[in-house]
Ligand binder design. Structure first.
Ligand code: ZN
Length: 209
C-alpha cells in the first residue's frame, strides 16, 4: 500500500470518529436539557424568609434588602411565572400575595395570556389582589357558589403544572405547612388543562367576553 493511501485511510477513520463523537455529545446534551426541563420537584413551605422578587426576576440594588436572596420555594415559584412565555392559568382559592400579583401583571405586559379562577367569597377579603388584577385587564372568573372553589394549581405555558395545598398568600409562604408539586408530566398537565377549561366555561358570566 502506498504512503498516500495509508494516509487517506487514517484521515477517513479520524473524520468518522470525530463525527460519531460529536453526535454522541449532541445527544447527551439534548437528553440532559430534556431531563432538566421535565424535572419533577416539590416546593415545600413555609420558607424562612420571603424571597426578594427583584433579585429573582431582575436585580436587587437595595444593599440593606430585608428579603431573601437565597433560593427557596417562593423564589422558584417567582421564576416559573417570570419565565412564562405563552400562558399562565391560575386556579387558586385565596389570592392576597402582592408579589405574585405583580408577576402576573408583568406577564401580561410581556404578551403572556393570564387567566385566573378563584372563589367568589375570597374576592373581597382584606388584601385580596383580585380587583387589582381585574383593573390591569386580567380576566378573572369566580364560582358564584356557596361551595368553595378550593383548587390551588397553576399551569404554565400549557407544559408545566404546579399543584398542591399552597394558597397565594403571605401566610402560606412563611407560616403554613404547604406543598406544591411541580411536574411536566404531559398526562397530568393535560388533565388539569381540561379541568381549568371546564371551570372557565362553567364560570362564564354575561359580563365575560
Ligand atoms: Zn433584595
Amino acid at each position: 500500500m502506498k504512503m498516500w493511501q495509508t494516509l487517506g485511510i487514517f484521515t477517513s477513520v479520524c473524520a468518522i470518529s470525530e463525527i460519531i463523537f460529536q453526535i454522541y455529545r449532541y445527544r447527551l446534551k439534548r437528553s440532559s436539557v430534556r431531563k432538566k426541563k421535565n424535572k419533577t420537584e416539590v416546593l415545600f413551605f413555609p420558607d424562612k424568609k420571603v424571597a426578594c422578587i427583584n433579585y429573582f426576576t431582575s436585580e436587587c440594588e437595595n444593599e440593606s434588602c430585608s428579603f431573601s436572596h437565597e433560593e427557596n420555594s417562593l423564589s422558584k415559584l417567582f421564576q416559573f411565572i417570570h419565565n412564562a412565555v405563552k400562558s399562565v392559568d391560575v386556579c387558586v382559592f385565596v389570592f392576597t400575595c402582592t408579589d405574585l400579583a405583580d408577576l402576573l401583571i408583568q406577564a401580561v405586559g410581556r404578551g403572556v395570556s393570564v387567566r385566573v379562577i378563584t372563589d367568589c367569597e375570597q374576592v373581597d377579603i382584606p388584601g385580596s389582589q383580585i380587583w387589582r388584577l381585574r383593573s390591569q385587564g386580567i380576566a378573572v372568573r369566580t364560582d358564584n357558589s356557596s361551595f368553595y372553589m378550593h383548587h390551588k394549581f397553576v399551569i404554565i405555558d400549557n407544559t408545566r403544572l404546579l399543584n398542591g395545598s399552597f394558597n397565594w398568600t403571605r401566610q402560606a409562604v412563611t407560616g403554613n405547612q404547604e406543598n406544591l408539586l411541580v411536574t411536566s408530566d404531559s398526562q397530568l398537565v393535560c388533565l388539569y388543562k381540561e379541568r381549568f377549561a371546564k371551570l372557565w366555561r362553567q364560570y362564564k358570566t354575561k359580563k365575560d367576553q
